[in-house]
Design a protein around this ligand. Structure first.
Ligand code: DQA
Length: 148
């Protein structure tokens, strides 16, 4: 008898500081949908992927989550918020793990203040998706699915 073990693809979404306030915070930049509502849509759209979600405003907690999933998941979609522009520690965590990380931003950071134009993380990531609103996360899932 054959036993076929079928495992769902596992993707971890990590949102960093202030992204718990999506739908409330600076709506003209980040839109008026909260992340939980959007996450439900994503899970309906991709029933064959296990999509885990974690949000923290604390740098070390984001690093701990990257370590926790970084050797077993198929992809990490990371919006590190303002830590994108400052955190060598998160960059080191990304470089230390096996799972590919895709950096995402809701807003087009290149259209905004100069200090948002530089990412400390991008060089350690597989790629960067920015400026497509919440759809940036879906595009990142598509890139994990494509395996490229
Ligand atoms: C952001 C862009 C960052 O510059 C900012 O600090 C955020 C959100 C985005 O998703 O557009 O918190 O990562």
């Amino acid at each position: 008898m054959f036993l076929v073990k079928f495992e769902l693809m596992k993707i971890q979404i990590i949102n960093g500081p202030n992204l718990n306030l999506l739908g409330v915070r600076e709506k003209s930049i980040y839109g008026d949908s909260n992340f939980e509502t959007y996450l439900e849509e994503l899970r309906k759209r991709y029933p064959d992927i296990s999509i885990s979600y974690y949000q923290s405003n604390v740098e070390g907690e984001i690093i701990n989550k990257i370590h926790e999933v970084g050797f077993s998941f198929d992809g990490i979609i990371l919006n590190a918020g303002a830590y994108t522009h400052t955190s060598i520690a998160i960059a080191d965590a990304i470089a230390a793990i096996k799972t590919p990380v895709i950096e995402v931003h809701i807003s087009n950071v290149y259209k905004r203040e100069e200090f948002r134009h530089h990412s400390m993380l991008a060089a350690s990531c597989k790629g960067v998706i920015a400026g497509f609103g919440m759809d940036s996360y879906r595009l990142a899932i598509e890139s994990v699915l494509s395996g490229k």
